[in-house]
Design a protein around this ligand. Structure first.
Ligand code: PMP
Length: 426
């Protein structure tokens, strides 16, 4: 494929935007080469500035679960835009989306909308600290909860892809309140809790991790976390920015059968517009301003365009929940096909999958945490990525990311993708 215009646009972008991108993973630094500039997208396909058509497996990192430019969502945005784009005053549609979200997700009574997943997680932790009167949090190595200071401690996703899991600019004072454990390792968490008795406000976790590839929690780990939090008066925060409204109507809480104390959202909840949210039972949410003392605000929070996109998206998922099964089946088909193709070539690999999240790791060992994910063969990953791209398949440009399937993908698309793996020289 030819990427001349994308390369020229990237060169121009680099003159005015740091690294040429507004979010680091987009720059292809890990896999090498120039990033693809998108012109437009429809359904399962991206169309780039050079006229190439690509089958999309990132779905804007999750939001486009029904495919790009999904008509009911686009129509809702256009209708709303004609009536004004922001007021900084209450609108009815905020309550409509809140009511629908609360009805779909278990264990939450109230929800507050923000503008990104970062804001959602940052605010959730502030609320947990305000509610419990404690300062420390526990997070897991390789989990990513956005780029706010407290979370850039052994963070996953782009932070680790670019070698800055502990970013300069985060003060030691902030870093000391973030304690770190290995994913799927309950003993480590118990040890931290014992050593910091009565000081931990919250444990925050990606209930199915997507930022070190896809990693599924063991039953005993996730149940053990719940029990530990209850016993110790620690709030369990599920970061459902990726998993919310993707693993099912009720997200990971429903899929895993575990109740969280605070849940954060991003991606699908905004239908592709900038929306994040955090939610909990009334008792916790009432600690937020203006009812309570924990401050949190936003000029564009609850923005009417974003709310209309989110409402159209969630309405679609709520009235047609078979979508989640259909997506999981497609993902299983892809998993099996890629697995067979790689095995036939004798390429050591692991494929992790949960619902419509899946990732391929070029390693012999099971991938259960950040350390095992980091053992993947990077060179082979890069050959795999570029080999697929050359055949018109757009995969995440880093081994520390999950694929996100969208429901516009047909079995023919999946077969084309599997055939592309078969063609690779790995
Ligand atoms: N939490 C998780 C689990 C995420 O995957 C992400 C982003 N990929 C975030 C938080 C941050 O969201 P945003 O990029 O919208 O700030």
């Amino acid at each position: 494929m030819i990427y001349k215009r994308s390369s020229a646009l990237f060169a121009e972008a680099k003159k005015y935007i740091p690294g040429g991108v507004n979010s680091p993973v987009r720059a292809f630094k890990a896999v090498g080469g120039d990033p693809i500039f998108v012109k437009e997208a429809k359904g399962a396909y991206l169309y780039d500035e050079d006229g190439n058509r690509l089958i999309d497996y990132i779905a804007s990192w999750g939001p486009m679960i029904l495919g790009h430019a999904y008509k009911p969502v686009i129509d809702a945005i256009i209708d709303k835009a004609k009536k004004g784009t922001s007021f900084g005053m209450p609108t009815e549609i905020e309550t409509e989306l809140a009511k629908l979200a609360v009805s779909m997700v278990p264990n939450i009574d109230k929800i507050r909308f923000v503008n990104s997943g970062t804001e959602a997680c940052m605010s959730a932790v502030r609320l947990a600290r305000g509610y419990t009167g404690k300062d420390k949090i526990i997070k897991f190595a390789g989990c990513y909860h956005g780029h706010s200071d407290s979370f850039l401690i052994q963070a996953g996703s782009g932070a680790v892809t670019f070698g800055s899991p502990n970013s300069p600019g985060v003060t030691q004072g902030t870093a000391k309140d973030t304690l770190l454990a290995a994913y799927n390792n309950l003993d480590e968490v118990k040890t931290l809790v014992q050593a910091n008795k009565g000081q931990i406000a919250a444990i925050i976790i990606e209930p199915v991790a997507g930022n070190m590839g896809c990693i599924v929690p063991t039953d005993s780990f996730i149940k053990g976390l719940r029990e530990l939090c209850t016993a110790e008066g620690i709030l369990l925060i599920f970061d459902e920015v990726m998993t919310g409204f993707r693993l099912g109507k009720g997200g990971a809480q429903e899929a895993l059968g575990i109740d969280a104390d605070i849940v954060t959202f991003g991606k699908v909840i905004g239908g592709g517009l900038p929306v994040g949210a955090f939610a909990a039972k009334t008792e916790i949410m009432n600690h937020l301003a203006p009812d309570g003392p924990v401050y949190q605000a936003g000029t564009l929070s609850g923005n009417p365009l974003a709310m209309s996109a989110g409402l159209a998206m969630l309405t679609e998922l709520n009235t047609n929940p078979d979508i989640f099964d259909s997506l999981a089946k497609k993902t299983a088909f892809l998993h099996e096909g890629i697995g067979k193709a790689l095995s036939k070539k004798g390429v050591p690999h692991q494929i992790n999958r949960f619902g419509s999240m899946v990732s391929v790791h070029f390693t012999d060992e099971p991938v259960v945490d950040f350390a095992s994910s980091a053992k993947g063969n990077n060179e082979r990953f890069n050959t795999f990525f570029h080999g697929m791209l050359d055949q018109g398949i757009y995969l995440p440009p880093s081994a520390f990311e999950s694929y996100f399937l969208n429901d516009a993908l047909t079995y023919a698309d999946l077969e084309e993708t599997i055939a592309a793996v078969e063609n690779l020289n790995l």
